[in-house]
Design a protein around this ligand. Structure first.
Ligand code: PLP
Length: 426
């Protein structure tokens, strides 16, 4: 029995399912999750000492690779001055100014401790600001596990096949309207009927929790103009795409301006951080200036701010994104070419430092319905073959892959060589 298997058995005695977040349990792909002991650059090392080229990157935060020296240094130096004060610090101003510099639509912002808190707070703010209860989201988009948002959600919930979780009151869920991603007509139809009751639209600007689905031309722009027409708040959830699809996020890449933005993952450099922000007029609706309550004991925690700020400073110090984008293209197109050579039908999507591949003979995958037609059994087999080869992909057919600045050309070539051997065995 491997050490990971031993640890998994032990973990299940005290931790439900042995994990602190469901998708980690390998439930979708089967088998035993790897227990990770350490990570460095593009690699993770499991409890049995095996090295993997890592395309999960802690589900997104590690865009500079693991254990980046600038982040590590910032954390250690800041920790020496105290771990948490529950009082304002200058570091929080520096962080807010840096975020606003990179994402100018965030005129004012507030820090929280996770992506879930960011989206939950943004939704409450949109409801408070508009005085409306209903929200509109898209099937297959995941925005964290707040009650209003865990309605027909993707990510872990989709992987486990329980899109609507027990424990969420039907009375609340009824206020969440869910329509098709990349289908602007379905949004128009709902707004025609209920537009004056809808507080906000929330969208993943590139859906990354049903594999990787970029927006089709005109989709995000269409959402913007519908929100303008009906005076609803347009929330772009950049928890995954922020600082990843481009330095200024997907809103910079696609040139669409939301009213509110939510951030997580990269903004914490590996520490638990999220943020939400946007138009000053809306943000001033939260306490203590406005009536909408929102708070957090550890919000703006100095260590978390130091780590996140170091990550953002490093990311904006040179044009990392041109290189990330080129490498992402190389890996996605390389997968496709290798699959073609092995007669394995495969579709790919990629944008910025995010990629996805689909076992399907559909030429393109742009919708949730198309994602659901893909061959997950084949993905699961491929996933385990790649793991044996020392390549760590997300353990679910419904998650995007992530590149980091630490992935070298040699890492990518090794991954593509491994992929070709694995395609041949399918
Ligand atoms: N929004 C999006 C787009 C996400 O991908 C995620 C997490 O994967 C979240 C929100 C929730 O973030 P967290 O897991 O930090 O609560």
């Amino acid at each position: 029995m491997s050490h990971s298997q031993q640890l998994f058995e032990q973990a299940q005695q005290t931790i439900p399912g042995g994990v602190n977040s469901p998708v980690r349990a390998f439930t979708g792909v089967g088998g035993t999750p790897l227990f990770i002991e350490r990570a460095e650059g593009a690699y993770t090392f499991d409890a049995d000492g095996k090295q993997y080229i890592d395309y999960v990157g802690s589900w997104g935060p590690m865009i500079l690779g693991h254990n980046h020296p600038a982040i590590l240094d910032a954390v250690i130096t800041t920790a020496q001055k105290g771990l948490s004060f529950g009082a304002p610090t200058e570091l929080e101003i520096t962080m807010a100014e840096k975020v606003r510099e990179l994402v100018p639509s965030m005129e004012k912002l507030r820090m929280v401790s996770s992506g879930t808190e960011a989206t939950m707070s943004a939704i409450r703010l949109a409801r408070g600001y508009t005085g409306r209860d209903k929200i509109l989201k898209f099937e297959g988009c995941y925005h964290g596990h707040a009650d209003s948002l865990l309605v027909k959600a993707g990510s872990g919930a989709l992987t486990l096949g329980v899109p609507n979780s027990p424990g969420i009151p039907a009375d609340l869920a009824q206020h969440t309207l869910t329509v098709n991603y990349n289908d602007i007509q379905s949004v128009k139809d709902v707004f025609k009927e209920l537009g004056d009751q809808i507080a906000c639209i929330i969208v993943e600007p590139v859906a990354g929790n049903m594999n990787c689905i970029p927006p089709i031309a005109g989709f995000l722009e269409g959402l913007r103009s519908i929100c303008d027409e009906y005076k609803s708040v347009f929330i772009i959830d950049e928890v995954m795409t922020g600082f990843r699809v481009a330095l200024g996020g997907a809103q910079a890449h696609y040139n669409v301006k939301p009213d509110l933005t939510t951030l997580g993952k990269v903004i914490g450099g590996g520490m638990p951080v999220g943020a939400f922000g946007g138009k000053a007029e809306i943000m001033d609706f939260i306490a203590p200036v406005g009536p909408v309550y929102q708070a957090g004991t550890l919000s703006g925690n100095p260590i978390a701010m130091a780590a996140g700020l170091a990550a953002l400073n490093e990311l904006s110090s040179k044009d990392y994104h041109a290189d990330l984008t080129a490498k992402t293209k190389q890996i996605a197109e390389g997968f496709k070419a290798a699959a073609d050579r092995q007669n394995v039908p495969l579709a790919i999507n990629y944008v910025g430092a995010m990629f996805g591949f689909f076992f399907t003979d559909q030429e393109q995958v742009n919708t949730f319905a198309q994602v659901m037609k893909c061959d997950t059994a084949k993905f699961n087999k491929f996933f385990h073959l790649m793991l044996e080869e020392g390549v760590y992909l997300a353990p679910s057919a419904f998650e995007a892959g992530f590149l980091s600045t630490a992935h070298s050309d040699a890492d990518i070539q090794a991954t593509l060589d491994a992929a070709e051997r694995c395609f041949a065995k399918l």
